[in-house]
Design a binder for this molecule. Structure first.
Ligand SMILES: [Fe+2]
Length: 231
């Protein structure tokens, strides 16, 4: 069935969020469209264009000609958006004991999007064509932080991750060490942008990340896209 659509776990009166599968000729009034698939998404009508695997764009009256699986997300109400932690989103400090006690970083409920099959080396752009594919569970969540929030330097994840900017302006940053003065790469992310993967594959279900963090320059909502290897 083309254009099979469901609400995502973090959709509410502040955030429009739908997952659409087997997308065909879908007009998108106003939303960030994220290609949640190892295959290209085709946008446009008179002048079709390709949004590569795991990339995104901001469609405003644009059409998705075809795609395997797309998330459509937009902040539709900003008044009291910052109350996310008071309506079901969790302060990250409740989950991580070592998380700084005064950092306002909030996580939405998880949305489980099903399985995807890909070669992790292709996901990280270390290989152009798939050689050894494996199955991952695709899990998404949103994050919220107010402006000028340091969202914590870290370098470990048991999954492959990327992020898409949904609201506001932020940066994804890389560091030589666990110290912000060792910054060596600063990647601005504006609405509709998905950064390239930071991880490198180092073995079977093994990858390394540089020290990295998200930094919210303004009030921000951004999407985490995580690929968890199946046991
Ligand atoms: Fe991370």
């Amino acid at each position: 069935m083309p254009n099979t659509t469901r609400k995502m776990a973090f959709a509410d009166e502040f955030i429009y969020a739908e997952l659409v599968e087997e997308v065909e000729n879908l007009l998108v009034e106003d939303a960030v469209a994220i290609n949640l698939s190892p295959r290209p998404m085709i946008t446009g009508t008179d002048h079709p264009a390709i949004v590569p695997a795991w990339k995104s764009t901001w469609l405003r009256g644009g059409t998705i000609k075809s795609a395997e699986r797309v998330a459509l997300i937009k902040v539709v109400r900003t008044t009291n958006l910052g109350g996310a932690g008071l309506r079901g989103w969790d302060w990250l400090g409740n989950r991580i004991k070592s998380f700084p006690r005064d950092t306002p970083l909030y996580i939405s409920p998880f949305d489980y999007c099903g399985e995807i099959v890909t070669d992790p080396f292709v996901f990280t752009n270390e290989r152009a064509a798939p050689e050894k594919e494996q199955t991952f569970d695709l899990r998404l969540n949103l994050w919220w932080s107010p402006g000028d929030t340091d969202c914590f330097i870290h370098n470990e994840h048991p999954f492959l991750e990327i992020h898409t900017q949904i609201h506001g302006n932020g940066r994804m940053q890389k560091f030589k060490d666990n110290d912000e003065v060792t910054l060596y790469e600063d990647i601005p992310v504006t609405i509709g942008a998905t950064h390239d993967p930071f991880c490198r594959v180092t073995g079977e279900n093994e990858w390394t990340y540089p020290w990295h963090r998200y930094y919210a320059d303004t009030d921000c909502v951004w999407l985490a896209i995580e690929l968890h290897p199946k046991a």
